[in-house]
Design a protein around this ligand. Structure first.
Ligand code: FNR
Length: 368
């Protein structure tokens, strides 16, 4: 269908389901085990309702804000996902261009299917990107990646993913094995050591170290002046530890339900984390981000009301990019931004900083 008929992010998902190869659809859409966390990531948003203000002048609404000190058109970002080329020949490059066009931040995966230099090279002057790091068992490889980040003018932060010491059991993906498409795309280093027998997911896991600990956080923090963010925190105690280790931000995430099934939805973790940070007067010491299951402008606003600084989306942008390339990425951003504009006006809010918990009714959320 023409792109003008994409009215929300689910429309892109429907098109992607019909047009992606079975292998690509399985890799993108799957969650771990019974996909309970995958489902809950989104469903937890359905349990929060709004308490709007009326009789407020809302002519001049704006979603602009900053994340890690960088200006952005809206408080959502395109999070790191591997293998964008499985869906579109331009892979991460069209995502970079779409993001740049709309002044939205893109996080580049360690397992991207285009090269780091090409993706950062696709950035417009002044465009900001983040880099998602998996620590390699061979730390000299990781060190080189950090050095490359420091040299790339677009890179404004490094996100270390910590929820994947072992990759989750994604059965849709395993059933399809590792097809030739994916094989051609995975070109990261030691191809000979890849185990192709259990799906794309398992094949990629050989690049990820199982022995990453807080010591590595300290070492990473010391090794660079770029902001360091831990991605994949799943309980408030680890957020407190992150503050103690001096990291700049955390992403509450269960990897889009692809790792530990029955991991709490990040929205639930956010709701338990912010009061604990405030109690200890640590809430201004660290920025808290969240990803997983965000599909509407109202979802972004709910997370922000609960104290998130920004919100990441993964699959929706893979789907938009797969079907329509750069134009799809642009359209998806615009759709989400327009949904935010509408919701903010209808809530009596003009600025992102005005959002707070008083706008939420949490009875159904806490009644779970
Ligand atoms: C991911 N995710 C991910 N995370 C990461 O740190 N490095 C990676 O390489 C990938 N790769 C990846 C591939 C695919 C196909 C998906 C769907 C996800 C997790 C991602 O960053 C994010 O946590 C989730 O995608 C958020 O959930 P939603 O928005 O997809 O529901």
């Amino acid at each position: 269908p023409p792109i003008g008929q994409m009215f929300n992010l689910s429309d892109f998902e429907s098109v992607a389901k019909q047009t992606l190869t079975p292998g690509a659809w399985a890799y993108y859409s799957s969650g771990a085990d019974d996909e309970i966390s995958l489902r809950e990531n989104h469903n937890s948003y359905l349990r929060i309702f709004f308490r709007p203000r009326v009789l407020v002048d809302v002519k001049d609404v704006s979603t602009a804000t900053t994340m890690l000190g960088v200006p952005t058109a809206a408080p959502f970002y395109i999070t790191a996902t591997a293998l964008a080329k499985l869906g579109h020949p331009d892979g991460e490059l069209s995502i970079a261009r779409g993001a740049g066009n709309e002044n939205i931040i893109q996080m580049i995966s360690t397992l991207a299917s285009c090269s780091f230099d090409d993706i950062t090279g696709a950035a417009l002057p002044g465009q900001s990107q983040w880099f998602q790091l998996y620590l390699n068992p061979d730390r000299s490889i990781s060190r080189k990646m950090v050095e490359a980040c420091e040299k790339a003018p677009s890179i404004k932060g490094i996100f270390l993913t910590v929820d994947a010491p072992q990759l989750g059991k994604r059965e849709k993906d395993m059933r399809l094995k590792f097809d030739d498409d994916a094989d051609a795309i995975v070109k990261k280093g030691d191809g000979d050591k890849i185990d192709r027998s259990q799906g794309a997911t398992r094949a990629l896991s050989s690049f990820i170290d199982m022995q990453v600990t807080w010591k590595d956080i300290d070492a990473l923090k010391k090794s660079t002046n770029l902001p360091i963010v831990i991605k994949g925190i799943q309980r408030y105690e680890d957020v407190i530890l992150a503050v103690e280790h001096g990291v700049d931000a955390v992403v509450l995430s269960n990897h889009g339900g692809r790792q530990l099934d029955y991991a709490l939805s990040p929205l639930e973790v956010l709701a338990e984390t912010m009061p604990e940070l405030r109690k200890r007067q640590l809430d201004d010491k660290i920025e808290v981000y969240i990803d997983g299951g965000v599909r509407r402008g109202t979802d972004v606003i709910k997370a922000l009301c609960l104290g998130a600084k920004g919100v990441g989306l993964g699959r929706p942008f893979l789907y938009a990019n797969s079907s329509y390339g750069e134009d799809g990425v642009i359209r998806a951003i615009q759709v989400l931004k327009e949904e935010m504009d509408v919701a903010m006006r209808l809530m009596g809010v003009n600025r992102i900083e005005e959002l707070n918990e008083s706008f939420l009714d949490m009875k159904a959320f806490h009644g779970r």
